[in-house]
Design a protein around this ligand. Structure first.
Ligand code: TXA
Ligand code: MG
Length: 357
């Protein structure tokens, strides 16, 4: 495909029925449509069409070794993609769907094995975004959709990000504006006992635990790494998105980390490097009057999640040599933001202690 990919603007709350019909027809014909969900943009294909699924991996430039999420538009459709559905799946669906939670269940035999790369499981999500919902409903089939970014790029949270990564490689982009959550869904495996969070995401661990007290926390030892070339091995996060710049992440007591960051900024600048800083709004005054590129992520963890991927793309465009950020406190969406930062830094983090001051 060398031609440019057409973009159709749609109202995110009340998508135009003609635009949705047109996009649904592309999906039914085996094509690829990028569309907004409440988490990130997805790159959709008919989940029951093995050829279309192969097209997704080609378009992303991703090795075919990361299983895909099937998106549905009603809970009843669960029975089309999964079998032996446990009662707790229905409980979680009632609590969190439509929304940013993906359930790993036993795969229905009518779903091609290539969706989950031969595993007997399938990841399923019922998104809440009106455009995603309308598209899946109109397509009349479950829709597999990985995040609509090229392999090794941050997930796309705007149609412009999708275009930058996938122009000419997909058939159509529905532009419903920026995605409200900004990070991908939480993936929880219900085929194991106790259930385990494989990827922290838009639904917090605390919220999940209220409905499923025995759920286990994400651990790098078991999680499959998003967009990676293989499942992560113990203690190691393999390549996800890595900016051209080196990512320097800091973790530890607040004051000590601030001092360590200031020190590192000075060192980098002395070495002639252009420095980028990812900062929560409240921390901006701590780093004022420095000759660095600052991207403000927002006032709280939810806003940081919403802006993180766009911020990483922006700093890449600004050509910084190193990006500094603090790992947020490990609670609520801070866990998810920290996880995505760590993936971008390929697991490298500088642990600062009070003794280092
Ligand atoms: O928010 C999201 O989840 C977005 C939007 C588009 O829905 N999609 C997304 O897809 O992030 P993707 O392909 O980038 O990530 C899918 C995640 C990966 O971490 C993958 O390992 C996990 O879901 N996954 C998919 N199928 C699985 C399975 N059968 N067993 C375990 N993990 C699975
Ligand atoms: Mg992804």
């Amino acid at each position: 495909m060398t031609r440019h990919t057409p973009i159709i603007p749609v109202d995110p709350h009340h998508p135009d029925a003609d635009a949705i019909r047109q996009a649904a027809a592309v999906l039914r014909d085996g094509g690829l449509v990028a569309f907004p969900t409440e988490t990130v943009y997805g790159l959709g294909a008919n989940a029951l069409d093995a050829e279309a699924i192969a097209g997704i991996y080609r378009a992303k430039g991703r090795p075919a070794n990361n299983p895909l999420i099937a998106h549905i538009s009603t809970v009843a459709e669960l029975a089309r993609v999964a079998v032996d559905i446990p009662e707790r799946a229905h409980q979680l669906a009632a609590a969190f769907w439509p929304g940013a939670l993906t359930l790993v269940l036993k795969r229905h035999p009518q779903v091609p094995g290539s969706v989950s790369l031969g595993r007997d499981t399938i990841a399923v999500r019922l998104p809440s975004h009106p455009v995603a919902h309308a598209l899946i409903e109109a397509a009349g089939v479950p829709v597999v959709a990985p995040s609509a970014n090229r392999f090794t790029r941050p997930s796309a949270t705007t149609a412009q990000h999708v275009l930058a990564d996938l122009d000419g490689r997909v058939d159509l982009i529905l532009d419903g504006g920026p995605t409200p959550i900004g990070v991908e869904s939480t993936v929880v495996d219900l085929t194991v006992d106790p259930p385990i969070v494989l990827r922290p995401g838009g639904v917090t661990f605390e919220a999940l635990r209220e409905h499923m007290p025995d759920v286990q926390r994400y651990s790098a030892a078991v999680a499959m790494d998003d967009d990676s070339a293989r499942p992560a091995s113990p203690g190691m996060l393999s390549k996800h998105y890595s900016p051209n710049a080196s990512m320097l992440l800091f973790r530890g007591p607040f004051e000590a980390v601030t001092d360590a960051m200031r020190q590192t900024i000075g060192d980098c600048m002395q070495a002639g490097q252009k420095v980028g800083l990812l900062l929560p709004d409240a921390e901006q005054p701590l780093f004022a009057n420095l000759d660095v590129e600052v991207v403000r992520l927002g006032a709280d963890a939810a806003q940081m999640a919403r802006h993180l991927f766009a911020a990483l793309r922006q700093l890449d465009e600004q050509g910084v040599d190193c990006i500094l950020a603090r790992i947020p406190p490990a609670e609520g969406l801070g866990v998810t933001v920290g996880d995505r930062l760590l993936r971008a830094a390929e697991g490298q983090v500088i642990d600062v202690t009070d003794a280092d001051i």
